[in-house]
Write a protein that binds this ligand. Sequence first.
Ligand SMILES: NC(=O)c1ccc[n+]([C@@H]2O[C@H](COP(=O)([O-])OP(=O)(O)OC[C@H]3O[C@@H](n4cnc5c(N)ncnc54)[C@H](OP(=O)(O)O)[C@@H]3O)[C@@H](O)[C@H]2O)c1
Length: 284
Amino acid sequence: MLMSKTIAIIGSGNMGEALLGGLIKANLTRPENIIATDIFESRLQTLKDNWGVQTTLKNNKAVEKADIIVLCVKPQTIQTVLQQIKPAVKKEHLIISILAGINTYTIQSVLDKHNPVIRAMPNIPAVVDEGATGICLGQHAKKVHKELAMQIFSSVGMVEVVPESLMDVITGMSGSGPAYIYMVIEALTDGGVMMGLPRDVATRLATQTVLGSAKLVRETNVHPAVLKDQVTTPGGTAISAIKELETHGLRPMLIRAVETATNKSKQLSQLLTEENLKNQKARK
Ligand SMILES: NC(=O)c1ccc[n+]([C@@H]2O[C@H](COP(=O)([O-])OP(=O)(O)OC[C@H]3O[C@@H](n4cnc5c(N)ncnc54)[C@H](OP(=O)(O)O)[C@@H]3O)[C@@H](O)[C@H]2O)c1
């Protein structure tokens, strides 16, 4: 389905490159069917060299040639970018946005057309094709658009479809989640170093422990609590460490972290929506 489409990646930074690279590696499209844009020619040259995609500095030119528009710029630049592409956007264009805090309604109302819009929240492991992406459908998005978006994000990991009201939770959990897990890897490593392991050895072991444990949950579908019980020998080492983790509140701490990040995302989304709609009114 995707093979016959031309895809414009608007803003080809970390996530933009991860997506276009994922699509090409998964053979879901050919490099010549992707048009990447950015504000620096040198960046575009790198993308051309790395992936063989078409490139342009002009967002509107990319949109003119594309069927699917994937917005990957920073949320603060969305007004400028939408105004640049607006004259080139046709009602058939599928618009996919990965911008944190920008809802489908804002995009639709700035473009002022009944485009199908899909909002997505991927995470940074998409760079190594192990991303976790939540997507939701805007008012005019249909099953066919959902399937196209699922194909795109499946090329860089797994995808869950949720109502738009849950996108802030996705942002606070899997969107920001890699930061929490990096802290866990760092802290486990420090524990190993404190007890005498060389840092490089500790880092490799801690990283593999997190990766392997996650893979076991994913591949067996066994509840993490059951897997934890299976490695907890009575009177052994793991249970004595678990007592420490429970005493210091590892679980409520992570639950509260997701709650706080979700609330922050709600706040920022509210601000960005108000700001964008105000700017849009001022332009009219
Ligand atoms: N990184 C994550 O973990 C993550 C996760 C989920 C969602 N997101 C969302 O993904 C989006 C991109 O994040 P990112 O980490 O990929 O950021 P990034 O690396 O800064 O990528 C954005 C790219 O867009 C370019 N750009 C800026 N203004 C532009 C314009 N007017 N036209 C075309 N390109 C323009 C930037 O160039 P310059 O660098 O020169 O400004 C940069 O190369 C953000 O909206 C973020 O909310 C990110």
